[in-house]
Design a protein around this ligand. Sequence first.
Ligand code: NA7
Length: 539
Amino acid sequence: MSQEQSAATPEYEVAIIGAGIAGLYLLHRLRGLGCRVLVLEAGTDVGGTWYWNRYPGARFDSESWSYGYSFSPELLDEWQWSEHFAAQPETLRYLQHVARKFDLYRDIRFETRVAAAHYDDARGDWLVRTEDGGAVRAAILVTAIGGLTEPYVPNIPGREDFQGESWHTARWPHRPVDFSDKRVAVIGTGATAVQLITEISKNIGHLTVFQRTANYCKPLRNAPITAAEQADIRARYPEIFALCRQSFGAFIHDFDPRSAFDLDDAERRALYERLWAEPGFGFWLGGFRDLLTDRAANETAAAFVREKIRERVKDPAVAALLTPTDHAFGTKRVPLESGYYEAFNRDNVRLIDLRATPIERITATGLRTTDAEFDFDAIIFATGFDAATGAHRRIDIRGEGGQSLAEKWAAAPRTYLGMQSVGFPNMFIVGGGPQNAASFCNVPRCLEQNVEWVSDAIAYMRERGYRSIAATPEAEEAWVRHVADTVAGTLFPETESWFMGANVPGKVRVFQLYGGGLRLFREKCDEVAANGYSGFVFR
Ligand code: NA7
């Protein structure tokens, strides 16, 4: 960039990438400090995940009333969720309401996708370039780009040949899609596919589901929130958020301190039936303390779920295919469902087992497996995300000496507190990057923690006149070891999942998340702050 261009580049104290849940709250907090902030957002509106994932059936698996922001009593008081697990359009409306209420729109630049962010060694600030040719400078860069935002589409031969309509679920069109007389393929059976398949199977010409791995799905048990429940929720908000603050995943559910084998078979069965009958994640995140560490304990829950699946699917051969046997329960994200298994009882829905008959190629009219040729009007990829690191890899992020973040993380992600990486001074990651509690959490609860911690660090710098904050190699090394410890002795590494980076070919297979839960994560972060931001060097 020439000096002339450089002089014309607008300068901000903080540039935030992403106007999702984290970006919006950070903008609000930093404004409160008096910072000059700009948010750069690729979409046409706020919402992040809830802007992009507009496929039919998209909704919370978190209790709605545990998911909203907790920072504003007024907001809590005025917003009313219609259902215990709200659907995507309502969540998007909520985030738009928040953006309007706190007058956030004026500092967000939409339809502006960041292409590159380079640290300027001489100036000690960041030059952020956008795909439309624009550029801004900022003393501090914050990526609030989410951990499940970079779609993963498998590289199946012939993808360009297909003449029908085709989307990844996170790039669903902004218009109604009518499948009532269409032949549709869905590839994938993860949490997204489970919601999508249930919804579209209600009004479709013919649906073919291509499954590689069966999942353990648990009934969501959604319901409208009655007026009496709403009054109760409002009265209990402090209690609800206190519960989330203490629990492992920041949900209202938390693990049972007992071992699965502290109960006899009948007692354990009775407890499983009770948890199964409850709404939400309780059967998973309210399970026994050894559920995710002891194979035999896990098997008691896994066998229970298998039994429940078999009861609901009429054709025993289809039931067998839908019943997972190759991994431990809960070592992959447990999809919550509202009629998923019944979808396979419909005459116009069929299930193809990709382990027996893999896809060979996509054709102009559909796709071909090793066994058969299929014709489709639409092919939907519900094939997940390049989680935790993918969204950062997509942007050309370069730190001190031109070092690329993507290259640094190619061997394995390395961060301090999941919020900064050595060699990338004045760059914070909030929410959803690797090694951060927010990547495995009732997300807004962790994002609020991230945002508050980062804005407090920025306030600390402003008060003392520091221009630079940089994590030390020792602190990063200790954090990487700590993160590995949080997953050692668990069953997670045994399973091929996006938690382990195993869903994207070529990605290093290492635990991508933080296995210690929000409570421990918060303690660690608070300790660092209380010690004058130990592990960081200020200048
Ligand atoms: P997931 O959970 O990663 O699921 C992706 C699905 O796509 C899963 O069933 C995969 O099978 C399947 N998949 C991926 N690649 C292929 C190929 N090449 N061939 C066939 N099938 C494939 O993503 P979701 O979007 O459902 O959920 C991600 C998170 O987003 C979720 O946890 C929510 O919190 C929101 P596999 O199991 O890998 O065999």
